[in-house]
Structure formats: C-alpha cells, structure tokens
Design a protein around this ligand. Structure first.
Ligand code: S3P
Length: 174
C-alpha cells in the first residue's frame, strides 16, 4: 500500500469523523482540519447557505477543489459525509494519504444527526430517505478506504487508539 502524507477520515454524517479527528490529532501530534469548516471559512457562508444559494452540485465542486488544493502537510482531514462519493475525490484521497472509514451503524448515526439544523440533507429528508442514502453510500466508502473501522459499541478513546495504531503501522510504507 502506498500512503502519502495525510490521514483522511471518511464516512457518513454522524459517524464521528470530527470528534475522532480532534482526538487523533492529539494522539499523533499532527494538526487536524475539518473539511466542512475549511470550506465555510473560505466561502464565508454556512453549509446550509451554500446549499441554498448555489445548490448541492456547487458544494460538491468545492469539496473536490479543497481536496485537490490543500497544502502538502502531514495532517488529519475529517471529510464531509459526501466527499468519498465522487471517483475523483476517492482517487485524490488515496493518492495523497491513508484513508480510514469510520463505519458506524445506522441507528447510532440517526440518533446523532436527526436534530441537526446544520446538515441540509438531513433537514430535507425523512429517516427512510437518509437510511437509503446511507446504504447507497456504503460501497463507495468501502471502495475509498484503506482501512475500515467499525465503531459500534466502542468509545471514542478506543476508536482513536485503533486509528492511531493503524496510522503508525502503515505510515512507513511508501
Ligand atoms: C454531507 C455531509 C456533511 C456536509 C454536508 C453534506 C453529506 O458533513 O459536508 O452537509 O452529503 O453527507 P458531515 O459528514 O460532517 O456531517
């Protein structure tokens, strides 16, 4: 496996990418960035505003631009839940880093996201629609990932330790 400089956390909304990214940053002593937050900063608009004013397709373009343009640095990037769906994005991530898929079960995900006003896809969809999207996206996350990490029944600490173990195990393999 050829692994570049970055560690990408991928997975569906609410799987823990941001929370694990922060903890992994402490564990590995490297910076972590949240892709959504970086896009919000760049654009000077919230995610719901970007969706509303320019549409989802435009947001997807911003995600690809972010992945293609982010500086060459040993760091963690917590991606948005849709970032691993486009083939171009999967290629960019796999070529520039180690891709870890946080595989959470749907009931856990739903519990965490269903009230979130900052996630436009959740706002406009029913539980069944979100579950369908979750199932549709699973194969893409698996395709993008070097490592799949099942999160069910594990604490944030346990997940972080396992991610750190995998990064340390694989980072020498260039
Ligand atoms: C999205 C997930 C969000 C954010 C946007 C779209 C998606 O990120 O990028 O609302 O398509 O799944 P999180 O996974 O951090 O919620």
């Amino acid at each position: 496996m050829s692994v570049g400089k970055k560690v990408y956390l991928i997975g569906f909304m609410g799987c823990g990418k941001t929370a694990i990214g922060k903890r992994l940053s402490f564990a590995l002593r490297i910076p972590s960035y949240d892709m959504d937050k970086e896009i919000v900063k760049q654009q000077g608009m919230s995610i719901p505003e970007i969706f509303e004013r320019y549409g989802e397709a435009h947001f997807r373009k911003l995600e690809t631009e972010f992945l293609a343009g982010f500086r060459d640095e040993y760091c963690i990037i917590s991606t948005g839940g849709g970032a691993a769906i486009a083939e171009e994005n999967r290629k960019l991530m796999r070529e520039t880093g180690l891709v870890l898929f946080l595989n959470a079960v749907f009931p856990d995900i739903w519990m965490r996201i269903h009230r979130d006003k900052n996630r436009p896809i959740v706002q406009r969809s029913t539980r069944d629609q979100i579950e369908k999207l979750y199932n549709e996206r699973l194969p893409f996350y698996k395709k993008a990932a070097h490592i799949v990490i099942r999160t069910e029944g594990k604490t944030l600490r346990q997940i972080t330790d396992y991610c750190a173990f995998q990064v340390n195990r694989l980072k020498g393999e260039h």
